[in-house]
Structure formats: structure tokens, C-alpha cells
Design a protein around this ligand. Sequence first.
Ligand SMILES: Cc1cc2nc3c(=O)[nH]c(=O)nc-3n(C[C@H](O)[C@H](O)[C@H](O)COP(=O)(O)OP(=O)(O)OC[C@H]3O[C@@H](n4cnc5c(N)ncnc54)[C@H](O)[C@@H]3O)c2cc1C
Length: 605
Amino acid sequence: SGAPRPNGSKIYDYIIVGGGTAGNALATRLSQGLPEAKILVIEAGPAALDEDAINVPGLKGGNLGGKYDWNFPTVPQAALNNRTTVVNRGKVLGGSSAINLLSWNRAAAVEYDQWEKVGNPGWNWKSMSTAMLKAENYTGGPPGSGTKGPVHASVSRYVPEHQKFFVPTMVGSLSIPDNNNSLQGNPIGVMIQPSSINPTNYVRSYSANAYLPKAGPNLEILTDTFVAKVNLEKQTRASSTYQATGVTLANGTVIRASQEVILSAGAIQTPNLLERSGIGRSSVLRAANITQLIDLPGVGENYNDHLRLQLVYQLKPQYRSSDLLKYNSTAAAEELAKWRAGIPSIMDDKAGAYVFANWEQATGNKSKAARLVALARSVAANLTTTTTTTDKIGHAGLKTKLTLLTTPSVPQVEIIFSDGFAGGYLSPSDPLYSQVPKPHFFSLLVAIQHPLSTGSVHIDTSSPLHGNPVINPNFLSNKYDMAACIAGLKFARRIALSEPLRSVWVDEYSPGLDAVKMNDDEAWREYVVNTMQSIFHPTSTAAMLPRREGGVVNGKLRVYGTEGLRVVDASVFATQLGAHVQTAVYGVAERAAEMVIKESNGRRG
Ligand SMILES: Cc1cc2nc3c(=O)[nH]c(=O)nc-3n(C[C@H](O)[C@H](O)[C@H](O)COP(=O)(O)OP(=O)(O)OC[C@H]3O[C@@H](n4cnc5c(N)ncnc54)[C@H](O)[C@@H]3O)c2cc1C
């Protein structure tokens, strides 16, 4: 353990708060690159390296709402009929990489280039792709894939029979190009995508089992330990910056850091940690009775997420989906036994087929796409004029979304072919449940990549330490986001109605072809209001942006107004990416590690 101090507190060189996706990657790289340094990771959840629900890909959804999930509620969402939605986040060593749905993909090159354009020199596709490849070991990937990184990626060997109709439908009936090289900066098209799965044993590959075994003995991990705040001190009374000296745990214990404290608690909890430490917007800190040390109004603001909807189709009786695992416990046990024996099984499964489309492709019609673009522009004009000039939070993100809205290589909508009833657990009280043989389903998940509404996450001002984060994603708070959801759903319906996919299903179970007719926008709107939820991708809540634009960290990931305090996780994303998040989080961690190591070596000459 770290060297004891006369006052009983321990001291480390680097303390990383949050042993999640970014935290473990960063800690491992620091331990390798700075073998003399003492590094501590503090993680609120337990280590669960032997947990089937984490390791077995086919059990992936079983963690949602379970013991390894923070499972935070949002505040009621006005545009969703005051529904509360759920924000799932990993509460376990490995963080959200332990419970996520394993998709391994990347955004368009121009989206990472925007990070540099909004004020962060050196953050672009070139540097981020290099960093992301450092994390990756993609077995069977096309030339240019990462092959030496800790995190495994592979294309699943288990392919449901009915999924085989998806790619031919997209290419043959909908003129969407087949793209077998979608991770190298051009994601547009239809593809079978890799997942973060180790192909030698079909175990989930995540930050805890991929990175941590490669760390040196100078890395210590404290699990089941919640950090209350960062301790900040002014070095001299005259100085305007605060030095991070360590952290205080929820039980009051102080642990000191001689070099840096690095927050990797994720896009929901990193802003909360900053606020509890006295860094944030005045109104929030005042309401919580926390003395403000640094005025950073962007902390917890600028919350971006992707919007998720789904259509569910009942398969013809000859097809078997992963719903088998729900209906038939004997079959589920047999499949798990096969997985343990290394025999191909439904337990290897995860969604494999994806489409990333721009609006012209998704609507199949230039003028419909133009109408969506015009709507986005008029909505954005209102959003910017209602923001005061002193409070430019959200401007950079909004401007980027508008700039890229008509860039053909940037996806606006994603469709995931997802085996089984992914729209929700089919309840035993459902009439379908008693049918023999049990019905099997596939789902088309729709994810809107660049909605214009942004939200916020702050501490519960009445209970900053023990209360849940107060999360307001502001879902669908403008007309464009609703129109985008409806356009995405119609695209998914068109896909399902096109051959050869049309020939595998008997009925659209949700919402139903009669319940929501193709051109009945009112009915679609109601379906969106009643069913829309997050697709688990909050980012940008402590954004890497100029301070005057609501930025929280600079291009070195240092928190403005501090020394020795950085943020390294999904909160720093300067602008939202049209992709699943984990590869970019690993990329941010790899780049952060390089910076910290270089600076440390520089100090030592
Ligand atoms: C259900 C789900 C499905 C997803 N599916 C995909 C997918 O298929 N593909 C993809 O690319 N992305 C997916 N994502 C998103 C992706 O996994 C996350 O965006 C990414 O892992 C976030 O990494 P992070 O390091 O920012 O935070 P996390 O990995 O969430 O790490 C934060 C860690 O900090 C800990 N922590 C928080 N507060 C404290 C505190 N005060 N003290 C100590 N520890 C603390 C948490 O317990 C957690 O372990 C999914 C996410 C979820 C939740």
C-alpha cells in the first residue's frame, strides 16, 4: 500500500477516481510508463471478474437494473409525457465496459476532427485513431485494424439464421452500400460489426480483464469505495489556481496525491465529483451549500445522448432467436454448458448487423432529407438566440451538429438488427407468452445520432453526497428531434418490409402495422412519446472546450483553474460522436496516459 504519512493518511503519486472503462486503461498505461510511480485506482463497485452475467456475451442484457448497475433515474421528461427514463451505468471494476452491449465501432473521421476545430489542438482523427488502435486487438479485422492492444474485438461466430437476410435487404432493396471496413473513419453503410469479445474463449473483453492484468506492481486498486470529493488547496493566498492534493472518501478518509488526481467516474458522476469539490456553476453550488472555489458553469451541462426506439417482429415458426433463453431454462442451461465447453452457442451472441445512414439514405428521398435539414436549422436558430452571449454552453456542439448534418459521411441514424425481443421483456401475462411453440422475435433498434437537445446532470442539492445525480437529458425538447425519431422509425419499417427480410417474419408485434400506419405521423409521434429511451451514450458533461464556451477541461484534459486535476472519461468529449462510445473512451484514456507520462518524464528531465 502507499507510504503511510505521519498523520495516518496514505500518499500516492496518482489517484484515479473510478475504475471504469477509461480509469483502468489509464491506470494500466501509467503503471507501465511510470514504473517508479505509485498509482491508486478507487472504484465504488466490486471486482467481479468471474461473473457470468458480465463474461458471457449472450447474458449481456441481464446486468441492466442488476447489482452491477447504478441504474439512475432521470427526472420526468416533459416531452415523454413526464415519463422517467433510466440511465444504466456500470458499478463494478470495469465500469460500463463490464455491462455494455459490446458493440465495437467508430464514428466518421470528420467527427473527431471537429474536436480540434472547436479549440483543442492535436485532438483529431489522426491522433484519436492512433490512440484507439493502441487499445485494440481485432482478430480477423481488415488491414489497418489494431492487433496489439489489450481489448479484443471479433465478429461473432454465432449468426442467427434470420439475420442472414439483413445485409442482402439493405444492399439489394435499399441501395445501402455494403461496408466491411467501417472502423477506419467511414462508417456509412451496412456491416457486420465486431464486438468486444475475445474470440479464443468468447468472453467479454473489458477494461478490467483486458488492461489490468498488464499493469505493474505499482498499481493498487481499492474497490467498494466511494470517493466524496477532490481536496483542493491554494498554494499561496495570492494564487488564483487550486492544487489538487488528494481525495476524501465517503467515510471521511483522506488519501493524498503528490502528483495528480484524475477523475474517471464517467459522464454522470465526474461532474458530481467536481461539484462536491467546489467546482461548478454558482446556482448549483449555492443551493447545495458548497463553497465555490472555481466558477465553471459548464460542469454537468452539455449532456448529449443518443435516442433509442425499436420495432419488434415476430418470426416465422422455423426461426429460433435468443428468446429461447427466456422461455426455456433447460435450453438456456444447455447453451451455457456449450459456451463453457467452447462450443458455438447462442451464448456467444450479440447484435452483429448494423446500418449507419445519412438522412438522404434513411429517407430514400432528397426532398424529405432536405425538409429534415431545414427543420434542424430553424430549431437551431431559436436555440442559439435564446442563449445569452455570456453563457455559450452548448454552442460548439450545436454548431458542429449543423455543420455535419449534410456531410454525407456522417451518420444521422443507426439501425441495429438485434436478435430477440429487445423492446422489453415479454411478460408472462402477455397472450403471446402462452403460445406453443413460444414466439421468437427480432428487433430493429433505431438510434438517432445527433439530436439537437442537450441536458444536464448535477448533484442532488439537498443531499450532494448520498442523493442520486439529478439527470435531465431534456429528451425531445425540440421539433427536429421528434421528426428525426419518426424518420428513423419509418426507415426501420421500410427495411422490415423489404425483401428478403420481409419473408422471415409473420407480424410486426410492436407497434404493429395497423396500430401505426406508415404515413400516420401522429401515431408515430405517440409511439415515440411512449417508448423512446436512451441508448446508453451520455457524453460531454465536463467538455474539453475553451473556458468561455462552457469548457471544463483544456486540451490537456486539465480542469480550468486547477493544478494536478484532470478528467479522463466520456465527460470530456468535445462534441457528440455518431457512434457507440467505448472505442473513443479507450482512445481518450490512451492519449491522456501519453500526456501524463510525457509531462512526468519532462519534470524529471
Ligand atoms: C448498458 C450499456 C450499454 C452500452 N453499450 C455500448 C456498446 O455496445 N458499445 C459501446 O461502444 N458503448 C456502449 N455503451 C457506452 C460505453 O460503455 C460507455 O460510454 C463507456 O464505457 C463509459 O466509460 P467511462 O470510463 O466514461 O465511464 P464508466 O465506464 O461508466 O466508468 C466510471 C466508473 O467510475 C465509478 N465511479 C463513479 N463515481 C465514483 C465515485 N464517486 N467513487 C468511486 N468510483 C466511482 C463507477 O462505478 C464506474 O466503474 C453502453 C453503456 C451501457 C451502460
